[in-house]
Write a protein that binds this ligand. Structure first.
Ligand code: UDP
Length: 485
């Protein structure tokens, strides 16, 4: 029975760029390995990515090309609970509140309708940050695979939130500032390197409610898949495994291919390759703070002036809402004139495409996990300026543990143009960054190795698929048994 089983999974992606990207590629990877996938995006993400490609087509389907290549991936969209035109960037907490309180009803309706249609469905794959999948899967007799798109070290912090509470490092009036040395598999981590939510003193925000509830829900998962690599975080992952079936299967984004067969960008991509072609090898700094976090006007000004003072060439992705969607022209007066041909400002790009260009020599990054892995793959050392959420922990991994990047400044409020300019020069100078470049070359080999047929991530994907098939067969037998009783 196992050999014949074609598992069908409903895959619900978290509606943020940094989650949609790795979700689409996990869906593709599983379909390549014999799964049928019904991939569900929110209508908002669907419309935004469709518009980014110049279309406005309600029937647009991001998996058309994947299907043409023979993969069985179906595509559906559901509401996140808010009207399409609602500004989710400006009203972030309301957006999160909709995901916390309303989205589950839409997800449940979609799952129920699919089951009612008679389509055999075995499994629900959903982002760990959703607060309801384990409960929903249980209700409909589905296997639940939780997908964690960040590092195992961040998963472990949230998973052990109670330990942090017990030791007065979290959720107390006056959190301790001594290093944390009691999380299983984590030798030591400073409070400043915890995720921003775990450093906060107000733990009642909507994001905290999401994290608290999501990490209760994940305890009901049958399996957790993590977009990291065993060799990068072996101690943390080994310590999680006895508690919860945890498979590191990253990096799932197929960095090796030059053409993305599943379009995912939520903003229109600019092409800067012609401009980059005119620049010397390794001379250009790529600057991006991802899809989600915001800079303050002061931070933006200091970074802009530091870039000018450094005399280094740069491509800067300035998302239209980088400060706020109420401030669409946040650069200091005269910046563009002073920049001239030394820099290029774009709203969005195909990041992997740009990072691969030989003219790029370094990455000033907010340290989103996808960006860190993309930088590793492109062998580019990082200048780290974490802003929010897991980015502080990622900076610790990049700067302290793996030594593939340098820190811009200790605290966001301290950022100033002199330091920005000096650190940029240090990063882009081949001599002062040679050790970082050696280390990152080594890590690239680790990523490549993990994806070889005998590599850790590929073997974990194989093991995952075989375990899922056994679990599905068991569930089918149980169901058949119940029906014949
Ligand atoms: N990205 C992109 N074009 C850009 C900036 C970012 O395609 O101009 C992609 C990037 O390659 C990555 C994702 O957006 O896959 C951002 O995810 P990350 O985890 O780095 O940060 P987040 O946006 O979640 O903060």
């Amino acid at each position: 029975m196992n050999r014949e089983l074609k598992p069908h999974a409903i895959f619900i992606a978290y509606p943020l760029q940094g989650h949609v990207n790795p979700s689409v590629h996990l869906a593709r990877k599983l379909a390549e390995n014999g799964f049928t996938i019904t991939f569900i995006n929110t209508q908002y993400v669907h419309h935004k990515s469709s518009r980014a490609r110049g279309g406005n087509n309600i029937d647009d389907d991001i998996f058309v090309d994947a299907r043409k290549s023979g993969l069985d991936i179906r595509y559906a969209t559901i509401s996140d609970g808010l009207p399409l035109g609602f500004d989710r960037s400006l009203n972030h907490d309301q957006y999160m509140a909709a995901l916390l309180h309303v989205f589950s009803a839409h997800a449940e309706e979609a799952v129920e309708n699919m089951l009612k249609s008679g389509e055999p469905v075995h499994c629900l794959i959903a982002d760990t940050f959703f607060v309801w999948p384990a409960e929903l899967a249980k209700k409909f007799g589905l296997l639940y695979v939780s997908y964690w798109t960040e590092t195992a070290l961040v998963f472990s912090q949230y998973y052990h939130m109670d330990l942090l509470r017990k030791n007065s490092h979290y959720d107390c009036r006056d959190p301790r500032d001594e290093a944390i040395d009691y999380i299983p598999g984590v030798k030591s981590i400073e409070p400043k390197d915890l995720t921003s939510f775990l450093q906060a003193t107000d733990t009642t925000t909507v994001c905290h409610q999401i994290i608290h509830k999501a990490f209760e829900d994940v305890r009901g998962a049958d399996i957790v898949l993590c977009n990291s690599v065993y060799e990068l975080e072996s101690d943390t992952i080994s310590a999680l495994q006895p508690k919860i079936p945890f498979f590191a299967i990253g990096p799932v984004i197929p960095f090796g291919i030059t053409k993305n067969i599943v379009p995912t960008s939520l903003w229109a991509e600019s092409d800067c390759s012609q401009w980059l072609d005119t620049k010397p090898h390794g001379s250009v700094l790529y600057v991006s703070f991802g899809s989600y976090a915001h800079l303050t006007k002061n931070e933006l000004t200091e970074i802009a002036n530091g870039l000018l003072d450094s005399n280094v060439s740069f491509v800067w992705v300035l998302r239209p809402d980088i400060v706020s969607s109420n401030d669409l022209d946040p650069l200091p007066a005269g910046f563009l004139d002073k920049m001239g041909d030394r820099g290029m400002i774009i709203k969005w790009c195909s990041q992997m495409h740009v990072l691969r260009h030989p003219a790029i020599g370094g990455f000033l990054s907010h340290c989103g996990w996808n960006s860190v892995m993309e930088s590793m793959w492109s062998e580019l050392p990082l200048l780290c300026f974490p802003l929010y959420t897991d980015q502080f922990t990622n900076r610790k991994l990049v700067v302290d543990d793996w030594k593939i990047g340098i820190n811009l400044c200790d605290r966001r409020v301290n950022v100033n143009k002199v330091e920005v300019s000096e650190k940029i020069k240090r990063l882009m100078d081949g001599n002062s960054s040679s050790k970082l470049r050696d280390n990152i070359k080594h890590l690239k080999k680790v990523l490549v190795g993990a994806l070889k047929s005998d590599g850790s991530s590929e073997k974990n994907v194989e093991q995952f698929i075989s375990d899922v098939k056994v679990m599905i067969s068991k569930k089918c037998q149980e169901k058949n048994g119940q029906e014949t009783q």
